[in-house]
Ligand binder design. Structure first.
Ligand code: SAM
Length: 277
């Protein structure tokens, strides 16, 4: 018989945010696999729990998963914890869970703190539908690409970010997504917990000296499909704009009127432009 793999959520700041069930499981399992054993040891000491620890972090996920699976198949129960919050959410976990599922090992989630959920519910933004991106790439090109990809997203967008990259990320959000409503959920569950709300530009003016851990929440795009189509056409050349309407069988005169309206300019300007060509 195989043991169980427990995915145990731990606090994201306030040590009281651990459930009775999580403590019970941590006391009962044979091993605790931890992202940073020194960090987890502090948590365990606080709750007088003594357990053999196995280090399990991003760079060793593959090789350590094998070791953990062997132990699980040998009928040992293992709890996986990360440094903070829910394992597998921008933290190691995915690999061992996949392996456990492949080996018919029971995977049991033990719910608890998760920064994105708590940031979202207190943000004041729509909680009906949201999209979680996690950390953006540290490569400028990939980061830009991802922001371009989510530019027209209408659901609330949630990001994790390291403090030293916050300013740069907000500047890129302003450039690519525009001056949207944004919330910074800072130091959740800790003494200096705060929610900084405002337009991206306003927040950028406030955060020069700001420290701590952050979740970034961006209001989804409120542009209608028609607005999106017009912004897209306006980013093209006048010739391409013209061709678009022409392909819809619209008359020359009407096309000029439409282009002028889309671009909010006088129709004579557009007329003169095409006359010169
Ligand atoms: N697994 C964790 C969870 O369930 O939320 C996330 C771990 S991820 C490595 C760390 C990131 O989560 C931080 O950079 C920050 O964006 C966010 N985070 C974690 N704790 C936080 C807190 N107390 N306040 C605000 N953001 C936090």
């Amino acid at each position: 018989m195989a043991g169980n793999l427990y995915l145990v959520a731990t606090p994201i700041g306030n040590l009281e945010d651990i459930t009775l069930r999580a403590l019970k499981i941590l006391k009962e399992v044979d091993f605790i696999a931890a992202e940073d054993t020194r960090h987890t040891l502090k948590l365990l000491n606080h709750f007088n729990i003594s357990k053999p620890l196995i280090s399990y972090y991003k760079q060793t996920e593959k090789s350590k998963s094998k070791v953990l699976i062997e132990k699980l198949l040998d009928n040992k129960n293992i709890a996986l914890v990360s440094d903070a919050g829910t394992p597998g959410i921008s933290d190691p976990g995915e690999e061992i869970v996949r392996e456990a599922v492949n080996n018919n090992i029971k995977v049991i989630p033990i719910p608890g703190a998760c920064a994105l959920v708590n940031a979202l519910i207190a943000s004041g933004m729509s909680t009906k539908e949201f999209i979680f991106i996690g950390f953006l790439s540290s490569l400028k090109k990939d980061k830009k690409e991802k922001l371009e990809e989510i530019k027209n997203e209408t659901r609330t967008i949630i990001l994790y970010e390291a403090p030293h990259k916050l300013k740069n990320t907000l500047e890129m959000i302003l450039e690519i997504l525009g001056d949207r409503n944004l919330v910074l959920a800072r130091e959740l569950t800790k003494i200096h917990e705060e929610f900084i709300r405002g337009k991206v530009s306003e927040i950028l003016n406030k955060i020069d000296e700001i420290k701590g851990e952050f979740v970034i929440l961006i209001e989804g795009s409120t542009e209608s499909e028609k607005d999106k189509e017009i912004s897209n056409l306006n980013s093209k050349t006048l010739e391409e704009h013209y061709e678009f309407y022409k392909s819809q069988g619209i008359t020359k005169k009407e096309i000029i009127k439409k282009i002028a309206k889309d671009r909010n300019v006088n129709k004579n300007e557009i007329y003169q432009y095409f006359l010169k060509l």
